[in-house]
Design a protein around this ligand. Structure first.
Ligand SMILES: [Cu+2]
Length: 304
């Protein structure tokens, strides 16, 4: 009887089981076929014979494959149940997908771009999407689940080996799809506790202003840089007060990047597309409160 410890071992053992049965069937069929080709060739068997049937042979080739496929189903189903049943002591982390980055939110409100988890404790990811379909894939743990706008999906896994593993989006979600790659960092339970406590945020109302943190949390930095480096969208550095060339209804216009311009380009990004960039930014109405928008704009103004 197979027993399951974690998702990788579950998937691998069932996969191996199915491959082993497939190899046995393949070998059985090919060996029989070769035997028949030689044994019943025209030279050895010049007169064809009419065979009426063989009850035991027919029962055998029904019953044996039936047992094999039912065994594959049985283990597959048990493995599926194991992987969909979250242990009660799991650490809860929200995984939020957006074009084009992952954000992980912990119960103490700490938000990160890398998924940091303690070794030895099951982790439940509650997956959602801010815009389009994405899919969260961690090959090392053999787990994958779609991020679907409007609903929550989930996954769980047991990180039992310290190290860093790839995590990426495996559902094509537009221009920046390939940059939706990050890491799962598995650290010891003590290190995790320290890390987790560092991120405990003071009670609401006393929130400190943190421009880069907010830009990061809201997903802006997936496409906009703060240091002039090239990304999917224009950099924020030196943007305020500059002159930008935008395309409005197919025609080029020169605009001053003032307060109003920044507000418009966040709330209705499709109205004026900066020349040389793809028209891919979604409107941020539901993503930002008016206070957050003001905070972001104040911060961009400082980026000379
Ligand atoms: Cu994606």
């Amino acid at each position: 009887m197979m027993s399951f410890q974690n998702s990788a071992q579950t998937v691998d053992s069932i996969f191996l089981f199915i491959v082993a049965i497939s190899v046995a069937l393949l070998a059985g069929i090919v060996i029989t076929m070769i035997y028949f080709v030689i044994r019943y060739s025209r030279e050895r068997n010049p007169e064809p014979e009419n065979i009426e049937g063989n009850v035991w042979l027919e029962i055998t080739w029904i019953v044996i494959p039936l047992i094999l496929v039912l065994a594959m189903f049985f283990y597959g189903w048990r493995g599926f149940r194991f992987m969909r049943t979250v242990p009660p002591n799991a650490l809860l982390v929200k995984a939020v997908a957006s074009m084009w980055q992952w954000n992980f939110e912990y119960e103490n409100n700490r938000t990160t771009e890398i998924l940091v988890v303690p070794s030895g404790r099951p982790v439940k990811l509650i997956i959602s999407s801010r815009d389009v379909l994405h899919s969260l894939f961690i090959p090392a743990f053999r787990i994958k689940e779609d991020a679907v706008p409007g609903i929550q999906t989930y996954l769980w896994f047991l990180p039992d080996r310290i190290g860093e593993y790839d995590l990426f989006c495996s559902e094509y979600c537009g221009e920046g799809h390939s940059s939706m790659i990050t890491k799962v960092k598995v650290i010891s339970a003590e290190d995790f506790l320290k890390w987790y406590q560092e991120g405990t945020i003071k009670p609401a109302g006393k929130a400190e202003k943190d421009g880069p943190g907010l830009l990061q949390k809201k997903g802006c930095l997936a496409c906009h840089s703060l240091d002039n480096s090239k990304k999917m969208g224009p950099t924020f550095k030196g943007l305020f007060g500059s002159t930008v060339t935008v395309i409005i209804a197919g025609k080029e216009h020169e605009l001053a990047a003032d307060d109003e311009y920044l507000r418009r380009s966040v709330m209705e990004p499709q109205a004026e597309i900066v020349k040389g960039y793809p028209p891919v930014m979604p409107p941020q109405k539901d993503n930002l409160t008016p206070e957050e928008l003001s905070e972001i704009i104040e911060y961009i103004k400082e980026l000379k």
